[in-house]
Design a protein around this ligand. Structure first.
Ligand SMILES: Cc1ncc(COP(=O)(O)O)c(C=O)c1O
Length: 352
């Protein structure tokens, strides 16, 4: 606290990211990173960028990257916006598209950065309760609003909303923006990207941090109607002309173009997830159906926090959320390699 702070700073409750422990030999299943490294083609592209050209600014518009993303999704370049991680894309989205008179809507259990952006940009919001089975129910969003945002699959539940339900929401909600945060869509569920040409109020946000193994490079993007993209550019160019450096642009292009590697690694994560789910169910855990690279599970006889602490003592890190109370018993477990997940299972066997 300081008298030098701007007024808004006193009111902020910043987001707290999952821990990045500075200890070797941990089984790290806490921040939904990919257990496999990026495509070898990405590493090659990064090495090429380590050159004299680093003295020059990068392309402020990331044109070549936008082209690679547009080609991947079968869209036009003017339907693509890129940013420094999807967190930055989301921040600009809140500022550019979600600040209106009516409150915006998002689930009561969801990505906990959303209320933080609302605090930063002074946006009113209302949370909408998930069902008892932790599902998003479209009917509950059919009311006046300043915009709607949720992840699909949702985080931290992993539950998928059917594309037909998203389309039902879009049909009923044409006067405010609907943002679908598809950080985890490549691990399950059907992408809403295929609806952006039909619905001018739809913006879909993706990240290269999860299914393309590039959390360390910080690249995310949004696709939607050119008018929505234009709003994001106006905010970005009033904030930072060069959010993506030369490495990020080159690495992200290579990642978007190496579809074979992307498919191989995401299939591996999906197959490990299915094995882990059945092992945990065999031990009495209730596991929510997941379309993500993590699962959300609870054991009826054990507190989530206690299990998380015991795992930590065995050098296994998973994520436990104290709030809201209805998820306090759950553990969010990122899907690692088969070996990492087996280590988790063995450790849990001695605890439950
Ligand atoms: C739902 C959701 N959206 C967005 C992000 C941000 O990802 P990044 O900023 O790494 O692109 C995350 C990260 O965990 C997430 O869980």
């Amino acid at each position: 606290m300081s008298k030098f702070w701007s007024k808004i700073v006193h009111q902020l409750t910043p987001y707290v990211p999952g821990e990045q422990p500075k200890i070797n030999n941990l089984v790290k299943l806490n921040t939904n990173e990919n257990p496999y490294g990026p495509s070898p083609k990405v590493l090659e592209a990064l090495q090429k960028e380590a050159a004299d050209t680093l003295r020059l600014y990068p392309d402020p518009n990331s044109d070549a990257l936008k082209k690679a993303i547009a080609e991947y999704h079968g869209l036009s370049v003017n339907q693509v916006f890129v940013g420094n991680g999807s967190d930055e894309v989301l921040a600009h989205t809140f500022n550019a598209l979600l600040k209106h008179d009516l409150p915006i809507l998002f689930p009561d259990v969801t990505y906990s950065f959303y209320p933080v952006y609302c605090g930063l940009y002074e946006i009113n919001f209302e949370t909408v309760a998930l069902s008892n089975a932790f599902e998003i129910q479209v009917d509950d969003y059919l009311k006046p609003n300043g915009g709607i945002i949720f992840p699909n699959p949702n985080a931290p539940t992993g539950r998928v909303l059917l594309l037909s339900e998203i389309e039902r929401l879009l049909k009923a909600n044409q006067d405010s923006v609907v943002i679908i945060d598809e950080a985890y869509i490549d691990f399950g569920g059907e992408s809403a990207v295929k609806l952006v040409n039909q619905y001018p109020q739809l913006l879909v946000v993706h990240t290269l941090s999860k299914s393309r193994s590039l959390a360390g490079l910080r690249v995310g993007y949004a696709v939607g109607h050119p008018d929505l993209i234009d709003a994001l550019h106006r905010v970005k160019d009033s904030f930072n002309s060069y959010p993506l450096d030369r490495f990020a642009q080159a690495g992200a292009i290579a990642a978007m173009q190496d579809k074979a590697y992307f498919d191989k690694t995401r299939q591996q994560v999906i197959s490990t997830r299915e094995k882990l789910v059945s092992e945990l169910q065999g031990m009495g855990f209730e596991v929510l159906p997941s379309g993500a690279n993590f699962i959300f599970a609870r054991h009826p006889a054990h507190e989530g926090e206690a299990l998380a602490n015991q795992l930590r003592a065995k050098n296994i890190v998973i994520r436990h959320f104290k709030k809201p109370a209805k998820i306090a018993q759950f553990l969010r477990i990122t899907i690692g390699t088969d070996i990492e997940c087996q280590a988790l299972v063995e450790a849990l066997k001695s605890m439950v």
